[in-house]
Design a protein around this ligand. Structure first.
Ligand code: C2E
Ligand code: MG
Ligand code: MG
Length: 732
């Protein structure tokens, strides 16, 4: 069957002649919108409206024409009426067509936006009598416009009120747009002044123009940057940190049109980060680099030295007797001292060297780019000299000194740990060699360090294993030649090591706190022994016990002295306590109080090693001291060194002037004895009379004395001294 041809009506027959009226009617009836003619009267009386009226207004044409049911003016929203009227009349007067948008209320009550376009028509007399025009519903477009406006308004508000800076810039570095926050971040009054002033972003804004170059490079390559941090200048020249997030907006051909993005000021965060980093890598008291940063510094120095064939010296500096100051004067004074030392050390080095605090009273210097040992030595001498300047705190002067150990890259280690270990070992060696000195690392030192550690370990068990012994060294009265006292001196009988002298372990005992139980033990033992001698009928003597400053600071000291006396049932007058001079002068006030309580028990107090510290006469006068013990180093050369002789003479007269007895230690020869005798020293102690001997030996000495006394001989008598020395040999 052939396809059916659509029936061709006369109206659609293309061959039919054009009927303009019919065509216009078709258009008019089918238009979305309403064609009209109205009178130019107060209520716009419609004379004609097209069929579109119904759809537009909800009223049928006949209801509107001649205001049959409603006038067009009524339909227009009252708020819009006056404006519409004015617009139309103005156009009519100007003989122009008009375009006006307003709202109408439809028959169903809902409100629609319409656009009315019209033109005035004149009557036969040439007077404006009608308007002909077209009204269409534009509600949808208006809603879309409104939404668009709303969106723009919202974005504008975001842009204006954002706390982040927002920008658009050309790739060359000019601003196209900036928001108030950006202006604020960069220190400008407004976006306009910012845009006007900043026309060369790479050079005017970025502290380092290369940073901007990097920004542009990333943008070109990836079209975006994230959290891009840079330092920039504010208008007044101050520098802040910013972080940028941005993207490249491209043309259709792919070329960059502009960059847009956001900026936040991260200066505070950066400062905070820097602070945290500083805290993590620096010592909080002195502000010096701490251990971890020190390792970095040594590492860096090694890398550099390797490249330039130089040396690095790692210098371990340990304050002598810091624990003493810290324990006796309190931590606040200790802290002040550490600050002082930090400043002094820093003053001794060049800018590319470092000083770090390793912990406690230990500092480490890293000397870079050293050519040879002499160069290092020059710095070390400067250090020793600078540190040994007296330190004045609260009007009181203190002598300072330090012990220094040095290790060098490359020979003593090629990493921070090895160099620090070596320098530490060398420092211990310096301490052993009498402090206030330096020592370079040698491989043998490793051995010494492990021995020290071993010693420390054994010391911890020495008391419970009953390895301590007390030796006694007699103190002889010059006037009578009799033994009037004995100093209790500790010895350690360490299995496999023999008899160890106190200088080798007292400082370890002090550092480890073991000195408290050890000190208490010797106090009890000395009191018990003295009491036993008395009960055995030997001539009464006073036993002297050395007290460590650490014991002195310990709250239980007075009680433990009282306990020792009571347990031994010993007359307090038979016990003397010795304190070293350097300690007595630290924190004199507090020590005076403690001394007074000891004194109140009835014991005697002696200032030991007198002449080595920094005594203030006024303190000495106020302290309840009974004896001054002249340090043995002054006695050694009294017969040959005029300075030492003068010092000893001065100490004797000073002691006497203060009403104190003066004891000389280290009396080894007849010449010593004669000199001291001649200058009025009261009591003597030294190898000339006896080395320190065990209790049994002391007992023999005391018995011998009793016998000798019967024979009219005294210990200051040369014959008696010789005879006694023979006896003593038996016990040594
Ligand atoms: P110190 O209290 O000044 O004791 C005197 C030191 O000089 C003793 O050394 C003694 O043996 C030594 N000495 C005595 N006469 C002579 C002499 O004629 N020539 C020479 N060159 N030396 C002589 P020691 O027994 O080795 O004690 C050393 C230091 O150890 C003591 O010095 C004292 O400060 C400390 N010490 C000893 N025992 C104790 C103790 O039980 N507790 C505390 N805290 N320290 C103690
Ligand atoms: Mg002593
Ligand atoms: Mg002494």
């Amino acid at each position: 069957m052939p396809p059916q041809q659509p029936e061709v009506s006369a109206a659609t027959d293309p061959a039919a002649p054009l009927d303009i009226t019919r065509l216009l009617t078709t258009i008019t009836d089918n238009l979305v919108g309403m064609i009209y003619r109205c009178r130019i009267d107060a209520i716009w009386t419609m004379e004609y409206v097209s069929d579109g009226c119904h759809k537009l207004t909800g009223y049928r044409p006949d209801e509107l024409i001649f205001n049959n049911r409603v006038s067009y003016d009524q339909m227009t929203l009252p708020e819009d009426r006056a404006r519409v009227g004015r617009a139309i009349h103005a156009a009519l007067e100007a003989n122009e067509a008009f375009d006006v948008e307003y709202r109408i209320r439809r028959a169903d009550g809902c409100i629609r936006w319409v656009l009315e376009r019209g033109v005035g028509l004149r009557n036969a007399h040439g007077q404006l009598a009608w308007i002909e025009g077209f009204i269409q519903d534009i509600s949808e477009r208006m809603a879309a416009n409104e939404a668009l406006h709303e969106a723009v308004r919202r974005y504008r508000s975001l842009f204006e009120h954002a706390t982040e800076g927002i920008f658009q810039t050309t790739p060359e570095g000019r601003y196209l747009n900036a928001n108030p926050a950006l202006a604020r971040i960069y220190g400008h009054d407004s976006p306009d002044t910012l845009i006007e002033h900043l026309h060369d972003i790479p050079r005017q804004l970025y502290v380092s123009p290369e940073r901007r170059a990097e920004f542009v490079r990333l943008m070109q390559e990836h079209g975006v940057v994230r959290n891009f941090e840079s330092q920039v200048y504010q208008l007044d020249g101050s520098v802040i940190w910013i972080s940028e997030n941005a993207r490249a907006v491209k043309n259709t051909d792919g070329s960059v049109q502009f960059f847009e993005g956001t900026v936040v000021d991260i200066t505070e965060r950066k400062q905070h980060e820097a602070e945290l980093e500083h805290q993590a890598s620096h010592d909080s008291l002195t502000g010096l680099p701490n251990r971890s940063l020190l390792r970095d510094r040594i590492d860096q120095a090694i890398v550099k030295a390797r490249r330039h064939d130089r040396r690095v010296a790692v210098v371990f500096v340990d304050l002598d007797h810091f624990k003493l100051i810290n324990d006796s004067l309190g931590h606040h004074v200790g802290d002040r001292l550490l600050l002082e030392v930090a400043a002094r050390l820093t003053s001794c080095i060049r800018s590319h060297d470092s000083v770090a605090r390793q912990g406690g009273d230990e500092f480490v210097l890293v000397l870079t780019e050293q050519h040879d040992e002499n160069e290092i030595l020059a710095v070390i001498r400067r250090l020793l000299e600078t540190i040994s300047q007296p330190w004045v705190n609260d009007g009181q002067e203190y002598g300072l000194s330090c012990s220094i150990g040095i290790s060098c890259y490359p020979q003593d280690g090629d990493d921070p740990d090895a160099l620090l270990r070596s320098a530490d070992a060398a420092m211990y060696k310096a301490k052993e060699s009498g402090r206030s000195t330096y020592h370079f690392y040698t491989p043998e030192l490793n051995q010494a360090i492990s021995e020290r550690l071993e010693l420390e370990n054994s010391l911890r068990h020495a008391l419970e294993r009953d390895e301590f012994r007390v030796y006694y060294q007699p103190r002889v009265e010059v006037a009578s030649g009799r033994i009037v006292g004995a100093e209790a001196l500790i010895r350690w009988e360490c299995p496999g090591k023999g008899l160890i002298l106190p200088d080798s372990f007292i400082s370890i005992a002090e550092e480890t706190g073991l000195i408290i139980p050890i000190g208490q033990w010797i106090l009890q033992e000395a009191c018990r022994q003295n009491s036993a001698w008395l009960r055995a009928g030997l001539p009464p003597i006073s036993v002297s016990v050395n007290l460590s400053p650490i014991q002195f600071r310990h709250a239980g000291l007075v009680q433990s002295v009282a306990d020792a006396l009571q347990q031994a049932n010993l007359d307090p007058a038979c016990l003397e306590l010795e304190l070293t001079e350097s300690f007595v002068m630290h924190d004199a006030e507090r020590i005076n109080v403690a001394m007074q309580s000891l004194k109140a028990l009835g014991v005697d107090i002696a200032v030991d090693d007198f002449g080595t510290g920094y005594s203030s006469l006024s303190y000495l006068k106020r302290f309840p001291v009974d004896r001054l013990k002249v340090d043995k180093h002054f006695v050694r050369d009294i017969d040959s060194d005029p300075d030492d002789a003068a010092i000893v003479r001065a100490v004797i007269s000073l002691g006497h002037a203060l009403g104190l007895k003066v004891v000389a230690e280290g009396v080894e020869t007849r010449a010593h004895l004669d000199f001291l005798h001649q200058h009025g020293c009261d009591e003597l102690q030294g190898y000339y009379f006896s080395r320190p001997v065990p209790a049994a030996g002391m007992e023999v000495l005391l018995r011998g004395l009793a016998n000798d006394a019967c024979h009219g001989q005294t210990l200051t008598d040369p014959r008696a001294a010789d005879a006694r020395r023979c006896r003593e040999q038996i016990f040594e």
